[in-house]
Design a binder for this molecule. Structure first.
Ligand SMILES: C[S@@+](CC[C@H](N)C(=O)[O-])C[C@H]1O[C@@H](n2cnc3c(N)ncnc32)[C@H](O)[C@@H]1O
Length: 273
């Protein structure tokens, strides 16, 4: 792990899991279902963390499934192998295996026999070179690829505030920051993925998958806001005083139950040629 790669906590992944489940585009699962082979499915979940994707998707698909969850974080993988998905849609067994690895170094053999490759909330954390490398290794597996929940750089807060656009721009610049690995894609990841997979000749489908947060998701909204504002502040230290005053205004609105936030994401399904 490089110095700039902060660890993603299992608490954060648990907090966002219900919102992720509500946001992912169900019609892409229906399309995907028409492109899966009969028999036991081997599904590779890249950057799978605690296994949230399997807990959402496995019960929506029929037939026996074996999920291989790849992540560099062994503590998250431990959760993935203990908090297992429910049975498949037809009651078939679902098994889970953890593989600790850096998914930017995957080789074709690592994905041999895959019926499906998925990566949820991962693409925006990669550099352009890492993403195109991943597209190349997915191409060797020649199976569908489902990529939900990449951030796209749009956030809508209600009521509006004059500082919204500047904080959003600062956050997006932070998402695109230069690292030891290269510049991160952040909100550009979906466009890069669509272009790279499209060049392979497959059909590429994109759907919106926003989080819609209000007082009923207060804990998630608070944690999301802390991360969003913290990144913007780190990116624009000269704006710190204005950002702090903005954060106080927004927190007061949230406490009063008057703040609603939409965080836009996109889901991508690739039906490889
Ligand atoms: C935002 S979390 C999403 C986790 C999970 N897919 C979900 O939807 O809950 C991103 C995950 O990618 C993992 N990750 C990021 N870069 C990675 C890399 N290069 N190799 C392996 N895992 C990586 C992180 O450890 C983390 O678990």
């Amino acid at each position: 792990m490089n110095a700039e790669d902060h660890r993603i906590s299992s608490d954060w992944l648990a907090l966002r899991e219900p919102a992720d489940a509500s946001a992912r585009a169900p019609d892409l699962v229906e399309r995907l279902g028409r492109h899966l082979p009969a028999g036991r499915l081997t599904i590779h979940d890249l950057g799978g963390g605690t296994g949230s994707m399997g807990r959402w998707l496995a019960p929506l698909m029929p037939g026996p499934q074996h999920w291989v969850v790849h992540d560099r974080d062994d503590e998250l993988l431990e959760v993935a192998t203990t908090d297992l998905p429910g049975p498949a849609a037809d009651g078939s067994a679902v098994t889970v295996e953890a593989r600790q690895s850096d998914i930017t170094h995957l080789q074709p053999d690592d994905l041999a026999g895959a019926a499906l490759i998925t990566a949820s909330a991962l693409l925006d954390l990669l550099t352009g070179e890492e993403l195109t490398g991943l597209v190349d290794v997915c191409a060797t597996a020649a199976c569908p690829v489902l990529l939900p929940l990449s951030v796209v750089g749009r956030v809508d807060l209600t009521p509006a505030d004059p500082l919204d656009a500047r904080v959003t721009a600062a956050f997006n610049a932070h998402q695109r920051r230069a690292t030891e690995r290269g510049r991160l894609l952040g909100p550009d990841a979906v466009a890069v993925a669509v272009e790279a997979f499209g060049q392979g000749g497959g059909e590429v489908l994109v759907r919106p998958s926003p989080w819609r947060l209000d007082a009923d998701q207060g804990a998630l909204m608070g944690a999301w806001f802390a991360g969003w504002i913290g990144a913007a502040r780190e990116q624009e230290p000269d704006l710190a005083a204005e950002i702090d005053a903005y954060a106080d205004r927004r927190r007061a609105q949230a406490v009063a139950g008057r703040l609603a936030v939409t965080v836009d994401h996109a889901d991508v399904l690739v039906l490889q040629a």
